[in-house]
Design a protein around this ligand. Structure first.
Ligand code: FES
Ligand code: FES
Length: 161
């Protein structure tokens, strides 16, 4: 069967069983391997993408439920920034917030949604946005500090770009 989904701004006709998890379809049909599958049980948030602008755990979401809708993956961040790191990604790098990176696509997409919904989130809002993201190898403090640095720089509105 085919499933038509807008992925990172491009309408894709994908051959996939509508019940296949979206994360798997993104990785195997779209070759967008930035979206990670870690727990595959809706627990860790590594697979988070934006579905019509809202965070969704793509390991649990049947691809058929994304048909006709807009999906954004972590690859869209650098694409929107002209192939360089987006300000949000650069802030994470600048604060040494990334270690193995397994959790980071989900963290970046949750923060992108947060910044798109309000230009200047505070520390509590950032921590709350990351509530569903499990990172096994770094502290969360640098991640929060990196996100806050965008607010301090007045660059939060362009965090996604
Ligand atoms: S891989 Fe989807 S929540 Fe963990
Ligand atoms: S950086 Fe390794 S799991 Fe978060």
């Amino acid at each position: 069967m085919t499933v038509e989904i807008e992925v990172n701004g491009e309408v894709r006709r994908l051959s996939a069983d509508p019940m296949t998890p979206l994360a798997e379809v993104l990785r195997t049909e779209c070759f967008l391997t930035g979206t990670k599958i870690a727990c595959a049980e809706g627990f860790c948030g590594a697979c988070t993408v934006l579905l019509d602008g809202a965070p969704a755990m793509s390991c649990l979401l049947p691809a058929g439920l994304a048909a006709g809708r807009s999906v954004r993956t972590v690859e869209s961040l650098a694409d929107a920034a002209g192939g360089t790191l987006s300000p949000l990604q650069a802030a994470m790098e600048g604060h040494d917030a990334v270690q193995c990176g397994m959790c980071f696509p989900g963290i970046l997409m949750n923060l992108t949604a947060l910044f798109e919904n309000g230009p200047a989130p505070d520390r509590d809002a950032i921590r709350e946005a990351l509530d569903g993201n499990v990172c096994r190898c770094t502290g969360y403090e640098r991640i929060v500090e990196a996100a806050l640095s965008l607010v301090a720089d007045g660059r939060s509105a362009e965090a996604k770009a």
